[in-house]
Design a protein around this ligand. Structure first.
Ligand SMILES: [Fe+2]
Ligand SMILES: [Fe+2]
Length: 166
């Protein structure tokens, strides 16, 4: 069984918390968008809720697999008040960038500690964050170029079709 040190367990648990917090934040955003009748856009965020939860669950399962104890954290309340779609997507992109930085720090720590198992485990997250940042920055571009929210709705609905066809 791969052994990981206590400091790495703590770091992974912190990341588990960040993934769950992202899930909660995207849920709050989905509810906000649904409240404005932007169903496609809300649907996109509802899918992100599940994705982030899966990111958390991967870490939880990894910790269990290596005989470490996952900690189910208390989370801060997500932001629920937004004044524009730009604000919503900027917040999300900022969140993803912070997660990428945190993942990179974890990779550094695994590499410095010669923790090859965790280093390997983290590679999936490195790749995933490239996709996540690209998705949200495209969305931000579209919002900034759109004249109205219906264009954003149309774009997001195409995104889901593209995703389903992958
Ligand atoms: Fe994530
Ligand atoms: Fe994400």
């Amino acid at each position: 069984m791969a052994k990981i040190n206590a400091a790495m367990v703590e770091r992974l648990n912190a990341q588990l918390g960040r993934e769950l917090a992202a899930s909660q934040q995207y849920l709050a955003i989905a509810v906000y968008l649904r409240g404005r009748s932007l169903e496609n856009f809300a649907g996109f965020y509802f899918r992100q809720v599940d994705e982030e939860r899966n990111h958390a669950m991967r870490i939880l399962r990894y910790l269990l697999e290596v005989g470490a104890k996952p900690i189910v954290p208390q989370l801060d309340a997500p932001s629920t008040d937004f004044s524009s779609l730009t604000e919503v997507v900027k917040l999300s992109l900022g969140y993803e960038e912070a997660v990428t930085a945190a993942i990179h720090e974890l990779v550094d720590a695994a590499s410095d500690g010669k923790d090859y198992a965790t280093f390997q485990f983290l590679q999936w997250y490195v790749a995933e964050q490239i996709e996540e940042e690209a998705t949200f920055s495209k969305l931000l571009d579209i919002i900034e170029m759109s004249d109205n929210v219906l264009q954003v709705e149309a774009y997001v609905s195409q995104m889901s079709v593209a995703k389903a066809g992958e």
